[in-house]
Structures are given as structure tokens and as C-alpha cells.
Design a protein around this ligand. Structure first.
Ligand code: GTP
Ligand code: MG
Ligand code: NA
Length: 457
């Protein structure tokens, strides 16, 4: 049947894998950016997204002379953290995507979060491709920048080729132990049954053309129905950010539907549902990540799939990691307001009913969830009596100060990727509330543990 090309949306591709397997660097390589270099501790701790227009992908894959008839407008790629604390973000990322890339470090093989990611993909029946990354680390590797991988492999010495072969064979065996058949993509005759492996280097760009082309061809071939544009809006707030001149804005992934300037929207807020009207829709220039500062392009409407910034009044207490809805019909408003707060309920359940515990605060719902998960784990086991999202204000200090008399060591705020306002810090000093902050999630626990150890002595 003829495909209605006009009506295909861009596939959404999620990048998953163990910490430091090279997910962000792969995207940096494709974009020509250095997001990874700017990350605290060199680890990703939030979800990022980048839109790659089809023209760009054509340019990048031209050496494969596939001239691939790209029918989709582009590819929206979602980067996720590999660190073990962020299971929730891997789950959220994989829940948004049509297709995925599972990144495996050729020097390490399958690692715990590779297997966790694999299980998420299996659970959701998501198609994926394996990027066998860091091939340039094979001893004696000769670099052919941005070359298609077969071209590059052919020109390697016998030693390099044999190391490549035994590592590949080993990793294929490890996948088999997980119940999965895998094969080098250019030898794979039964995609769908057997998962394809694309050897890559995020540093030299080798194998990147292969990866991009395979992703798009595979998505176009197998998911026309899924990629056929639907009107029903499906959208998630990934981040809440204050931008000079715009006030508080939200970064949104639109999976399906159209969002327009003037639309009435509802998002989940810390102090209840936020009902507002879209004032501006902004995208970064193509190939730039929204996490990176720059100039924006303005749009009257945006059609899925895309990642963009929404400016609207009253977003100050919006919570990242929750769904966004458009009110089509005013009669539905009350229902929508209720639905939008569902995401918040699940997190409220994590607060200790006894009322005894530390106060926990983070920049996004996703990072708050990750921190709560970490504190709950048996090795850590720190009770939580209060939570909040965003900067630490005096009201948070007041809440935490209740513990000063009750259980002094819990008169503590653990802030992940947030800071106290000067007034809040002042009040904390006065009331005897301790504030530990860090932009690396597990350092927070280390700080608190060191403090508890001193108290116990
Ligand atoms: P998390 O997001 O924290 O899970 O890590 P990640 O998977 O995004 O890995 P990241 O991009 O942070 O890379 C980790 C380290 O590996 C960095 O020092 C990169 O420079 C390095 N690296 C990534 N890909 C390659 C590669 O293909 N070759 C080599 N030699 N180094 C790489
Ligand atoms: Mg990363
Ligand atoms: Na990393």
C-alpha cells in the first residue's frame, strides 16, 4: 500500500545502556556538540532530547550511498542516564519511544544496567538496535573518521580484527544468555527475529552513518502505522526552567498531536493543577540540544513528534516528568485537572507516614523519584518525612525544622541539583536545620551517612 508520507511523524528513539557506555557522547558526535563535557561528574542525571531533521541524517549517511528514501521528517532522540539510581528515567524514556538504541561498551560487554534496559525494552515490546560502542579502544585501532563501519573494519590489522571478532562473539553469547539472538547488522538476514549489532565509536564517528541509516530504515519499514500522525495529544513535560525574558518555561516532548499558541493547557503543579494558555512555542536551532543555551526559533504551532519549549504564564510550580494536556472542551476541564495530578499522587505515597524523617528536595519529579528510590534501598534506608521540587525556600526550612526537637538528625534537607535561597540558608542556620546539597545523586547519601556516623559516635 502507498504510504501517506505527508502524514508520518518522526520516530522517537531512546538511547539506553549502562553508565559510561557512551550514550551522550554518541549524540554529541552526531550533533557536533559537547553536552557530555558539561555534565556534573561526567554522568547524565536527566533526560535530554534532540531533533535530527531528515536532511541532516541524509548528509551524515551519504557515504553509505543508500540514498535512503527517508519518508519521515526526522528523528527525535532521547538520551537517558545509565547510572543505577535512574531506573525511573530509563523507564520514562523507554516509555516515550518507538524504537531504541541499546549501547554496549565493547570492552565491558553486558553490564547490570544493560540488562535492566534490555528488560524494559522486552517488557514494552520495543524494537531496538545494539550499538557496540568504543571500537576505537581495540588495541591498535586505526581511525577513519566518520567512516561506515565495514569500510573501517576492512582496513584494520589482523590483530585488531581478531580482537574485534572474539569480543563480538563473546557479547553475542552474553545476549544469548539473556534469551536474545543478535548478529552484526550487515550479516543479519532476519531482522525482527535477530537483533542487529552496529559497531560504533562515539569518539571517531565510525559506524555512526550505519547506525542512523539502520534506525530510520527499520522504523519506516516496520512501524508505518505507529508513525502515522494522530490528532490526539500525547505529551510529557521533561523540564521546568526559568529563562531570562521568558519567565518559567517548560520543555515538552510531543509524541502525538499538535500544540498551538493560544491553546489552553493543564500541567501538574506542586500546589495543584496549573491551567494556563500557551504564549510561545520555541525550538532550538536544528541539531542543538535544548539543555544547551542558545537562541530560539518561534513557531505558531508544532506537530509531533518534537521536543520544544513552551512559554506560558503561571508555570512557576510546574513539575517536570508529568503529562501535559490540552483542554479541547471547557466541560472537560475539571476531569483534566484531576487526571493531571495523578503523577504527583504516586510520589506522595513514598513519604513516611510516621512523620519522622529527612526532608528531600530535587529539581525535577524524575530526579526526586530517583533520590527517594535511593533512600529507600536496604543499603541506605533513610526515612523521608517531606518532599519538595525546585529551589529550597524558607517554607521548606520551616517544615524540616519540626524534626529539631523530635529527632534532631532528621532536621536535615537533602537537596539534589537544587540550592537554598539566601533567606532559606539564613533561616536554616538560625533554626538548626542542616542542608546537604549536591549535583551528583550518590554524593548526597555519602554526605548524610558521614554525618550520621559522627552523630552515632
Ligand atoms: P551516563 O549518561 O552517565 O550513563 O554515561 P554515557 O553512556 O552517556 O557515557 P558518556 O557519553 O558520558 O561517556 C563516558 C566516557 O566514555 C566519556 O569519557 C567518553 O569520552 C567515553 N567514550 C564514550 N564513547 C566512546 C568511544 O566510542 N570511544 C572512546 N574511546 N571513548 C568513549
Ligand atoms: Mg550520558
Ligand atoms: Na557518563
Amino acid at each position: 500500500t502507498e504510504i501517506d508520507v505527508q502524514n508520518l511523524r518522526s520516530p522517537i528513539c531512546c538511547i539506553l545502556g549502562h553508565v559510561d557506555s557512551g550514550k551522550t557522547t554518541l549524540l554529541d558526535q552526531i550533533r557536533g556538540t559537547d553536552v557530555q563535557g558539561g555534565e556534573a561528574g561526567g554522568i547524565t542525571q536527566q533526560i535530554g532530547a534532540t531533533y535530527f531533521p531528515a536532511d541532516n541524517i541524509k548528509e551524515r549517511t551519504k557515504e553509505l550511498r543508500a540514498d535512503a528514501k527517508l519518508k519521515v521528517p526526522g528523528l527525535l532522540v532521547i538520551d537517558t542516564p545509565g547510572h543505577q539510581s535512574f531506573t525511573n528515567l530509563r523507564s520514562r524514556g523507554s516509555g516515550l519511544c518507538d524504537i531504541a538504541v541499546l549501547v554496549v561498551d565493547i570492552m565491558h560487554g553486558l553490564e547490570p544496567q544493560t540488562i535492566e534496559s534490555l528488560n524494559l525494552l522486552k517488557m514494552r515490546n520495543t524494537e531496538f538496535i545494539i550499538a557496540l560502542n568504543k571500537v576505537d579502544r581495540l588495541y591498535g585501532w586505526k581511525v577513519f573518521p566518520n567512516a561506515p563501519i565495514q569500510q573501517s573494519l576492512k582496513q584494520q590489522s589482523d590483530n585488531v580484527q581478531s580482537e574485534f571478532k572474539w569480543r563480538l562473539t563473546d557479547i553475542i553469547t552474553q545476549f544469548k544468555e539473556q534469551g536474545l539472538n543478535t548478529e552484526l547488522y550487515y550479516k543479519n538476514k532476519e531482522m525482527g527475529e535477530t537483533y542487529s549489532i552496529v559497531p560504533t565509536s562515539a569518539v571517531t564517528g565510525e559506524g555512526i552513518p550505519d547506525l542512523l541509516l539502520l534506525l530510520l530504515k527499520w522504523a519506516q519499514k516496520t512501524m508505518v502505522e505507529k508513525l502515522t500522525f494522530k490528532d490526539e495529544l500525547q505529551s510529557t513535560v521533561l523540564e521546568v526552567k526559568v529563562i531570562e525574558g521568558l519567565g518559567t518555561t517548560i520543555d515538552v516532548v510531543l509524541v502525538n498531536g499538535v500544540l498551538r499558541v493560544g491553546d489552553q493547557i493543564v500541567v501538574c503543579g506542586l500546589e495543584g493543577p496549573i491551567v494556563t494558555v500557551v504564549r510561545a512555542l520555541l525550538t532550538p536551532h536544528p541539531m542543538k540540544e535544548l539543555r544547551v543555551k542558545g537562541k530560539y526559533m518561534k513557531h505558531k504551532e508544532i506537530k509531533a513528534a518534537q521536543f520544544f519549549k513552551v512559554a506560558a504564564p503561571g508555570l512557576k510550580h510546574a513539575i517536570a516528568g508529568t503529562a501535559l494536556y490540552v483542554v479541547e472542551n471547557l466541560d472537560d476541564l475539571e476531569d483534566v485537572k484531576e487526571v493531571v495530578m495523578e503523577d504527583m499522587k504516586s510520589i506522595m505515597c513514598r513519604v513516611d507516614k510516621s512523620g519522622e524523617g529527612v526532608h528531600v528536595q530535587a529539581s525535577t519529579l524524575g530526579s526526586l523519584e530517583a533520590l527517594l528510590e535511593l533512600l529507600k534501598s536496604p543499603e541506605v534506608d533513610i526515612p523521608v518525612s517531606g518532599i519538595s521540587i525546585g529551589p529550597i525556600h524558607t517554607k521548606d526550612i520551616k517544615k524540616a525544622s519540626v524534626m529539631v526537637e523530635r529527632k534532631n538528625e532528621y532536621a536535615t534537607i537533602l537537596g539534589f541539583d537544587v540550592k537554598p535561597t539566601p533567606e532559606a540558608q539564613e533561616l536554616a542556620d538560625k533554626l538548626g536545620v542542616r542542608i546537604f546539597t549536591s549535583d551528583i545523586i550518590y554524593h548526597l547519601f555519602d554526605q548524610f551517612k558521614a554525618f550520621i556516623d559522627v552523630v552515632k559516635e
